[in-house]
Design a protein around this ligand. Structure first.
Ligand code: GCU
Length: 430
């Protein structure tokens, strides 16, 4: 009994010491009054000190300059070598989801010879469409089989980093089927006339510090002519999203001119980098992407560069970490990442209880990126202060903050569907 007590005390002490060490080394702040003044790099200031005055100058000079800063400082080099992905439709059901949709499961082979290097895409296309459907593309966190309860969706056999929810020894079991249906309001999306294409991000690279050794940064290094340390896990995930587009462009039931990209949290960071790297994404949604995504790093609130690079070193280019204790010297900040989406429609969303992602920092970067949208005659956020809950603001860049925690909810989807419908030119279901 006494031993047990001592043991508990020791564990508690260890825990408290670890917490204290963490607090000291990687401070976080969620007190708005403690946010220090900061100056953002001017997104319109050219390297020669002059200011960008036209959309042409933006596209030809400033955009490539900022994009390369992101390659150098945050995400690593994006592979420029093209591959010819091969596709195999593994399964089709034209009466999926009670007959409302056609389900396809497509394997995308990424290596010219090695058939073990692939990603599996789960696609739902609404039935009864008179024309090809616009589509939302986005990764899922724990396998395609988690977004629906449909039995024929292949159970992922990949390594999983999220514990619980039917994951045993880092592998999915049947018990994990349908465990993330809440994050994918499938019926609502399909009812509005949108298709959905999703893949498990771990198909590209397992989300762990050594994941690159078995992921595409290793298996495709010769094919893509890039070494693992030249890019990052975020880079690998972003690149994979574009391979989904390669397939969608070949599917006659999809309108490849209306491909919307969505990502939540870490997958929101990957989505932003994919949106920046591939213009075929016609609309981009960042759902609570936070630090390294839509939230300003210079604002000392929620997660910091220091914390994120300590916990997830593999996510970013090595240089990013070196700015952990001096973010003000970082040549980029989140408003510049968002500006790389211009003039395409962009939706940035936060949740009020998700302080870790810094909702206000996400709002402020969207507001700042509006300057670039203005060059194209597009309406940006249009207000200087954080809007009240559930009151989306903006034009071609839109923002909302909703009640609740870090998640993708039905409310979020409803806003994205309305935004995409509007931006893609009116009613899409015909
Ligand atoms: C962690 C991480 C965040 C990330 C989140 C997620 O909380 O610190 O940066 O966005 O995981 O992906 O859920």
């Amino acid at each position: 009994m006494k031993n047990n007590h001592t043991c508990k005390l020791a564990v508690l002490l260890f825990f408290l010491t670890a917490m204290a060490a963490r607090a000291q080394n990687f401070p976080s702040n969620i007190d708005e009054s403690k946010v220090q003044p900061y100056t953002l790099p001017d997104v319109l200031q050219l390297p020669n000190g002059k200011t960008v005055t036209s959309s042409k100058e933006w596209q030809q000079v400033q955009r490539p300059y900022i994009y390369h800063l992101y390659e150098e400082y945050q995400f690593g080099r994006y592979p420029t070598k093209k591959i010819n992905s091969r596709f195999k439709v593994l399964e089709t059901d034209s009466k999926a989801l009670d007959g409302t949709a056609t389900r396809k499961q497509v394997r995308i082979y990424l290596h010219p010879a090695d058939t073990s290097v692939y990603m599996d895409v789960l696609l739902y296309i609404p039935n009864g469409m008179k024309s090809p459907a616009p589509v939302f593309v986005g990764y899922n966190f724990s396998g395609n089989h988690t977004i629906t309860t449909e039995k024929n969706v292949l159970l992922s056999n990949r390594w999983m980093n999220f514990k619980g929810k039917g994951v045993v020894n880092n592998r999915a079991t049947e018990a994990s089927r349908g465990t993330d249906t809440a994050g994918w309001s499938l019926n609502t999306i399909l009812e509005k006339g949108f298709a959905v294409a999703t893949a498990y991000y771990g198909d590209l690279e397992p989300d762990t510090a050594t994941g690159y050794t078995t992921g595409i940064r290793t298996t495709l290094k010769e094919v893509l002519n890039i070494q693992p340390n030249e890019w990052s896990a975020m880079g690998a995930w972003a690149w994979g999203l574009s391979r989904i587009v390669d397939y969608l462009q070949k599917d006659s039931h999809i309108d490849a001119g209306k491909i919307a990209l969505i990502g939540h949290s870490r997958l929101g960071k990957a989505a932003l980098w994919a949106g920046a790297s591939d213009p075929r994404f016609a609309l981009i949604v960042s759902n609570e992407s936070g630090e390294g995504g839509a939230a300003l790093s210079r604002r000392w609130y929620g997660e910091t560069v220091q914390i994120i690079t300590a916990h997830f070193p593999h996510w970013f280019a090595a240089k990013y970490k070196t700015y952990g204790d001096n973010v003000n010297a970082l040549p980029v900040d989140a408003h510049m990442l968002l500006s790389l989406m211009a003039p395409r429609p962009l939706y940035v969303a936060s949740a009020v209880e998700d302080t870790w992602s810094d909702p206000k920092g996400e709002f402020l970067s969207a507001k700042e990126a509006s300057k670039v949208y203005a060059l194209f005659g597009k309406k940006g956020i249009g207000t200087d202060s954080l809007p009240p809950l559930h009151q989306p603001v903006g034009g071609t860049i839109r923002y909302h903050i909703r009640a609740g925690k870090h998640a993708v909810t039905l409310y979020d989807w409803e806003q994205y569907l309305q935004f995409a419908t509007e931006q893609f030119g009116g009613k899409v279901k015909s």
